[in-house]
Design a protein around this ligand. Structure first.
Ligand code: SF4
Length: 376
């Protein structure tokens, strides 16, 4: 009885949410079944069993990833409206103009990328792509059934010494693409069924993304865009993206200037991240999902718990709860491992302990955050 799987669900299956947001019912296609939250907060499916034992059966299915506190709505990607109004080209021009004396990000290198000069991010006029694929390891509201359409850019404007993708971020060689090639990548991911286009490390290639977006929209792109950033973003650049990105997914890496300087040569990281996240939240609000539990709009924040609490998790969680929203969706990540130069740094040359992770989660909950993406 309880081995029903997604492949048995009829086409047209829909979930409905009541106003209280605590219970979901299926359509008449599955008469006799109802969908409710299980203890973990994810949705499961139960049937009023009419068999001999008369028990209700809980089905542990992953067809739905709705969580307590999720707001459900239909949504059209914002950039489509911007494109129809003719304002997208204006944003492209603004962003491209910033490369003339590059101030796209807080590094403010002030070099002319349009004439081939290279700054801290070692990226000139063309974006560099390391890989693209349907990613099933991202946060569940981004992954859904068919994955998050992830495009990894080469290089980065932070270059953390412990980067978990050190080979991609610190190696800026190769992978240059024209806007039409980047547009084709976006369209191919959408064609594969991906629920969104997820730009990883986009801060230094905002103009190139916008140039490609115009082409992609002309050819039918419609899924939401995800701005998946290290959090070292300039507010003025994020303002250019108002109405372009529906989903922002910034890291909030550090609170303390000493550690931000030591690992990223960015002592002003907190100041920049605080301002950028405030602006992101102003634009898109808290995370909203569709009826399948897939994100359509809003803010997700990632925080990597680090050894010896060099990330100052408690302060970060308190900021998010008190200055952004207690409804902020936060992924408290436990996967830190010493990569890159971190193996020589005694402060961070080990994984975190279970106790460090549990303590980080406790701080998040004590701050009042409740939409936590964690394995405990
Ligand atoms: S985007 Fe690159 S070149 Fe421009 S300011 Fe940032 S690091 Fe410097």
């Amino acid at each position: 009885m309880c081995c029903l799987s997604i492949c048995m669900l009829p086409v047209g299956f829909r979930l409905f949410v009541d106003v209280a947001g605590n219970e979901f019912y299926n359509s008449s296609f599955l008469s006799g079944w109802r969908v409710v939250y299980c203890d973990a907060g994810n949705a499961g499916c139960v049937q009023e069993n009419e068999g001999s034992n008369g028990k209700t059966i809980l089905m542990h299915s992953i067809f739905c990833v709705l969580r307590k506190g999720d707001v459900v709505m239909e949504h059209e990607s914002s950039y489509l409206k911007l494109c129809k109004s003719g304002n997208l080209q204006e944003r492209v021009d603004q962003a491209v103009g910033l490369m003339r004396k590059c101030g796209l990000c807080p590094r403010e290198c002030h070099i002319d990328r349009l004439s081939g000069e290279i700054g801290f991010c070692r990226t000139g006029v063309k974006a560099k792509v390391a890989s693209l694929h349907a990613h099933f390891g991202e946060e569940s509201p981004l992954v859904g059934m068919y994955g998050s359409g992830t495009i990894f850019f080469r290089s980065c404007n932070l270059l953390c010494s412990f980067c978990q993708n050190f080979d991609i971020s610190h190696d800026a060689e190769g992978g240059e693409v024209e806007p039409r090639e980047l547009a084709a990548m976006m369209l191919s991911l959408q064609q594969r069924g991906c629920h969104n286009i997820n730009f990883v490390t986009p801060s230094h290639v905002v103009p190139q993304i916008l140039q490609a977006l115009i082409i992609a929209v002309e050819h039918g792109l419609h899924v939401p865009l995800v701005y998946n950033t290290g959090g070292y973003d300039k507010v003025d650049t994020i303002r250019i993206l108002d109405g372009v990105f529906d989903i922002y997914m910034p890291d909030f890496k550090f609170w303390d200037a000493h550690w931000a300087e030591r690992f990223c040569n960015a002592p002003d990281y907190r100041k920049q991240a605080v301002a950028a996240i405030r602006e992101m939240h102003r634009q898109v609000g808290d995370l909203v999902v569709n009826e399948s539990g897939v994100a359509v709009k809003g803010l997700l924040v990632r925080h990597l718990v680090m050894p010896n609490d060099v990330a100052h998790t408690k302060e970060v969680m308190t900021f998010l709860a008190e200055k952004i929203s207690k409804d902020t969706y936060v992924n408290v990540m436990d996967q830190y491992r010493p990569c890159g130069k971190a193996i020589w740094d005694p402060a961070v040359n080990r994984r975190i302990t279970r106790n460090e992770y549990i303590t980080a989660l406790r701080w998040a909950k004590e701050a009042g955050l409740h939409r936590l993406d964690s394995w405990i």
